[in-house]
Design a protein around this ligand. Sequence first.
Ligand SMILES: Cc1ncc(COP(=O)(O)O)c(C=O)c1O
Length: 411
Amino acid sequence: MFKPTPTQEFFISNFALGKRAGVFMASTTSDHFSGRNLSINGNEFLSFASCGYLGLELDERVVEASVDATRRYGTTFTTSRAYLQHGLYEELEDRFEQAFGAPCIIGASTTLSHLSVFPSLVRKEDAIITDRQAHNSLQDAVTAMVGRGVHNEIVPHNDMLDLRGRIEKLSAVYDKVWYVADGIYSIYGDFAPFKELKSLLEDFPKLILYVDDAHGMGWTGKNGCGLALQELGHHERLILVTSLSKAGACGGGLIVLPDEKTKNLVRATGKTLTFSGPLTPGQLGALTAVADILLSNEISDMQNQLFDLCTYFVDQAEISGLTIIDKSISPIFYVSIGDPHLLAEVTAMIQKNHKIFVTPTGFPAVPKDQCGIRLTITRLHTKENVDALVRAIAVEHKAALQRRASAVNPD
Ligand SMILES: Cc1ncc(COP(=O)(O)O)c(C=O)c1O
């Protein structure tokens, strides 16, 4: 009854390729988790695929707070937040407001937070410019606004000259011009050009900057406020949404708004804050412990520890000749490998021969000939783990290229 479209066929065949190589749609078979070691189909792996950058998901205080809240309040509290929310929400928003230095709302996820903020704040008289590589959750939220008659244009990735021209043109016609982008892009780990964005905010009074900093939170910035806030600072025309399920170690999204009036507007009219289910007491309890860690002196030591590991990775990768697409120091890196078949072969060999799990990435997330390995480093890794990772990629990439060359020229 449901015939796949050609694009869906492409995805299905890519997944089949990855599944055969044991790198897509796998499930863990561990009965516990140490943050970096896990088992898949009974085989132990060292994983470089977690977005729990600070490793807080295994911090005893966070685990205990989650268990304690579940014991006291049960596994869920399911009244609509329009009528009654769990009291832990208020405590949490207070803590995040202290950490982020601005009015905050906790959403059920980053995606659902976008789906509250856009319809609450964007008007038909506004225009939205989207970065071509903005995360899918942003693209979907913008598409929903286009469905309501809002004008949208796509700008090439991080192209500030093109963006400036469009803002100038659209400012003459529309009430507000929104620029929608990620703070740190989740595939290559490259950053938004914050310095240029700051000058655009100064130059164009109609510009509103909407940043999804899902991967930027926790590992950097004062109190873990994240990359975008650290680089941009607060601004009356900056709206930020970040994730609490990556470095935040629990679940949910965090909406950071410029003032109380805007917070009240989004809280009262944000559709997913009324019509979607709330976080569970277990998640809220865990987040309270995470927020306490962000507000403590401990956070900068944690951040420095991770920063050192990420810097070490870049140094070692360069020595080994790996092609890292963006060397900005963050916990996300992308090593370019080649076409999808080479990528599937290299990742499968990394798993088989080195017992290391990394995530292969292909078209349409990246250009067809730039398939590669996306990897993430967390505070729970060691330098020895990083050495093993770099060695595994370098050895298996070289071996696969040699096999291919000898298949073409058998002599
Ligand atoms: C940049 C970015 N934004 C949003 C999301 C979606 O986050 P959530 O699962 O909280 O909706 C992701 C997911 O990984 C992401 O990478």
